[in-house]
Design a protein around this ligand. Sequence first.
Ligand SMILES: O=c1[nH]c(=O)c2ncn([C@@H]3O[C@H](COP(=O)(O)OP(=O)(O)OP(=O)(O)O)[C@@H](O)[C@H]3O)c2[nH]1
Ligand SMILES: [Mg+2]
Length: 179
Amino acid sequence: MTIRFVTSNEGKVREAREYLTDDVEQIDYDYTEIQSDDLAEIAVAGAKEAFEETGRDDPVLVDDAGLFVDALGGFPGPYSSYAEDTVGVERVWNLVEQEENRRAKFRCVVAYYDGDEARTFEGAVPGRIVAPRGDGGFGYDPIFEHEGATMAEMSTERKNAVSHRGRALAKFADWLAEN
Ligand SMILES: O=c1[nH]c(=O)c2ncn([C@@H]3O[C@H](COP(=O)(O)OP(=O)(O)OP(=O)(O)O)[C@@H](O)[C@H]3O)c2[nH]1
Ligand SMILES: [Mg+2]
């Protein structure tokens, strides 16, 4: 089977390919990202729209992810992509720099839709916000530290083993194998 991963983010696709045995094809269709504080709601709406608009053949996968910073009341959360493009990762670090509590988590929901019932799989990873280190990964990886290393200092394999996306993809892969 081919899974059509609908995303403009090559980093997400790279990570999914490490995880899934099925073919993963990247579809660069720009679905509407609805405004919601619920990642699953955003991912499911995107998966349904993408499936309907891109041929209704192979199933689609949509991944909605975000960085949730405790001291900032969960910001940037579902708006992480927008914040990355506007404020930038460096200045998100600056917002947290003077905080005593630097705890944060990454959350990811992947939604799978084949025209029948949408399925969602979630993953989260705890960490802390630090000054940027490392040049691997993408997005907020350089400022997100987990067990001593930033996500940008990890190989794709290592990042997948601990990351929000890896955890969500593991659940998805288990479900796929059974269905
Ligand atoms: O350091 C990171 N490590 C990750 O593993 C990770 N996963 C997502 N993100 C960032 O969080 C936002 C998600 O937004 P998002 O889900 O809308 O994705 P996106 O806009 O990049 O692609 P698309 O799939 O929507 O096309 C974007 O700013 C991503 O850069 C990450 N940052
Ligand atoms: Mg996006």
